[in-house]
Write a new protein. Structure first.
Length: 292
């Protein structure tokens, strides 16, 4: 236990002594230790992946540091998997999916949040929430056939699916936050002659900054790391994303572990860096949307 002390001046005569405040910081060492042990389930495999990626094939399979650092493994893996092309495809799909999600899902959430007293919007809300509990393999084959019949078995089709299938989770997060925004702000804008569309984009949407960041990051993580949906939707090999390229690469170089682990780290690095710098918005946004 550590104690911090601060002093603040008080009103009155000059002879009055400042009031002292003591703040106690209690640390739950059992919980801290448990979290430390559980973190090893992530740190140990990550360490193994990094050291394996920098070894020769003969040294792979151990936790020891490499005798010589084989940075060439990353260059060879990038060439074998055509990393620039696959990364560009994943980046395009991810960025467009994030933009379309923010433009559409937030407006749907606003319409539902402000009309929860109406039976139609209430049923619509529960319908999208219920869709969160439908396993994707149940609708996987019908969805693939439908997208093929509509000639959407391409990157555009993937973007539409990410936008629509993510609506349940995004609606759950955003609706709770929008309902916490005072409706008096909208009433004042309506008195000044603002339309619903203008109220949303000029008042509500800017106030949804933390929630928008959360939705953007969650959508980006899903679109970048997703394997199953691109596998069943995309038919043109030139449009394959990084997870698909990794799948083909792993089947061809299953025994060359250093090169395989190098490709895995390159695929993971961009979205991991984004998440590290933006994780506070993810946690804060989810808490605001779930509690309020």
């Amino acid at each position: 236990m550590t104690t911090a002390m601060s002093t603040l001046p008080t009103e009155g005569s000059a002879n009055d002594k400042p009031v002292k405040y003591h703040r106690d910081h209690n640390i739950n060492w059992w919980l801290t230790g448990l979290i430390g042990v559980l973190s090893l389930t992530i740190l140990v495999p990550l360490y193994f992946a990094i050291v394996t990626a920098l070894k020769t094939p003969g040294e792979a399979g151990t936790f020891s540091l490499p005798s010589t650092w084989q940075w060439q493994n990353f260059i060879d893996a990038a060439n074998k998997v055509n990393y620039p092309k696959a990364a560009m495809n994943s980046a395009i799909i991810t960025l467009v999916a994030v933009a379309l999600t923010l433009l559409t899902n937030t407006f749907v959430a606003y319409a539902v949040a402000r009309n929860m007293d109406k039976i139609f919007f209430r049923l619509l809300y529960y319908f999208f929430i219920a869709a969160m509990f439908v396993p994707f393999p149940v609708i996987m084959l019908p969805l693939a056939k439908q997208m093929g019949s509509w000639h959407l078995d391409n990157q555009l089709g993937l973007v539409i699916l990410y936008t629509v299938l993510g609506l349940g989770t995004n609606l759950f997060i955003a609706t709770g936050f929008i309902r916490s925004i005072p409706i008096s702000l909208e009433e004042a804008a309506r008195i000044d002659g603002a339309s619903t569309w203008r109220i949303f984009w000029k008042i509500i949407f800017p106030l949804m900054g933390p929630i928008n960041a959360t939705l953007a990051i969650l959508t980006a993580l899903w679109a970048w790391n997703d394997f199953l949906m691109p596998l069943i939707v995309l038919t043109d090999q030139t449009n394959q994303t990084i997870p698909l390229a990794q799948y083909v690469f792993s089947s061809q170089f299953a025994t060359n572990y250093p090169m395989a682990f190098s490709s895995y780290l390159m695929a993971m690095a961009p979205i991991l860096i984004v998440y590290i710098f933006a994780q506070k918005w993810v946690v804060g946004g989810v808490m605001r949307g779930a509690v309020k």
